[in-house]
Design a protein around this ligand. Structure first.
Ligand SMILES: NC(=O)c1ccc[n+]([C@@H]2O[C@H](COP(=O)([O-])OP(=O)(O)OC[C@H]3O[C@@H](n4cnc5c(N)ncnc54)[C@H](OP(=O)(O)O)[C@@H]3O)[C@@H](O)[C@H]2O)c1
Length: 244
């Protein structure tokens, strides 16, 4: 049976491990074509490429630093050349800083914002022209439970995740009537490399597995009706979605 995602082009940032790799694999199993965008650890990216290829999907990787705007533009250009389409963007790449509010430097704050907020923001802007030509256009931004809460020693991380949630809400409203779905996931502790840094106090037992996040993303991409849409301030269908 042909799935909704068969042959669709999915761009995933930070696909070298954790949630990004699990998501790439889950979507590859649905027949999607995958572009893995960004990452410094070439070995880990190549590992994901090999796993995704084994699942039978067309995949390529674009290693590089997402804090560099020209790298982002060159990724979009290369994806255009290879697939001539983008149907889904998954903004997954991110970093955490485990430092007290007072100990966090301005440079650290800038750095975390560049990866966790600015890169996804720019990527969303650059994929929109492609999404407008897609039959199942969607963006999934990976925020965190700290987009709602504030744990000690996570001020910079929490600020960045509140920010990605914030712009995602506006974007979701702006493009809803064009049929483009914008979702934001806010997971708690997921068993990946990052959680060891972000939440050294947590033990692995009871954590979410990356595959569970991947399945949630798949669910969101497959259910395109209104049932999974929340926080979109539509007053009446057909009217501009702004709520004042
Ligand atoms: N794990 C959790 O408990 C948890 C909970 C809630 C939300 N999240 C979010 O989930 C997302 C994925 O995290 P994860 O847990 O799967 O951690 P992860 O395994 O550390 O993955 C993060 C990915 O981001 C990439 N990345 C980091 N900085 C980058 C940069 N400047 N340019 C390009 N790529 C960069 C990393 O690649 P390189 O290392 O190769 O550069 C890596 O592939 C993040 O946005 C994170 O905030 C995680």
């Amino acid at each position: 049976m042909k799935t909704l995602l068969a042959d669709k082009v999915v761009v995933i940032t930070g696909g070298g491990g954790g949630i990004g790799r699990a998501t790439a694999l889950a979507l590859a199993e649905q027949g999607a074509r995958i572009a893995l965008c960004g990452g410094h650890n070439i070995e880990k990216l190549k590992k994901t490429v090999s796993l995704v290829k084994n699942a039978g999907a067309d995949v390529f990787d674009l290693p590089g630093d997402l804090t560099d705007n020209s790298f982002i533009s060159s990724c979009i250009q290369q994806i255009h050349q290879r697939f001539n389409a983008i149907d889904v963007l998954i903004n997954n790449a991110g970093i955490a800083i485990n430092k007290s509010f007072e100990a966090t430097s301005a440079e650290e704050l800038d750095h975390i914002y560049k990866i966790n907020v600015k890169a996804p923001f720019i990527l969303c802007q650059q994929v929109l022209p492609y999404l407008r030509r897609s039959k199942c256009p969607a963006i999934v931004n990976i925020a965190s439970v700290v987009a709602h809460k504030g744990y000690p020693n996570q001020a910079a991380y929490a600020a960045s995740k509140h920010a990605i949630l914030g712009f995602s809400k506006s974007l979701a409203n702006e493009v809803y009537l064009e049929g483009i779905r914008v979702h934001t996931l806010c997971p708690g502790g997921v068993y990946t490399e990052m959680v060891k840094l972000a939440r050294p106090d947590l033990s692995p037992e009871g954590m979410i597995m990356p595959e569970e996040i991947a399945r949630t993303i798949l669910f969101l991409l497959e259910q395109r009706g209104n049932a999974v849409i929340d926080e979109i301030n539509i007053r009446r269908m057909g009217k501009p979605p702004y709520d004042g």
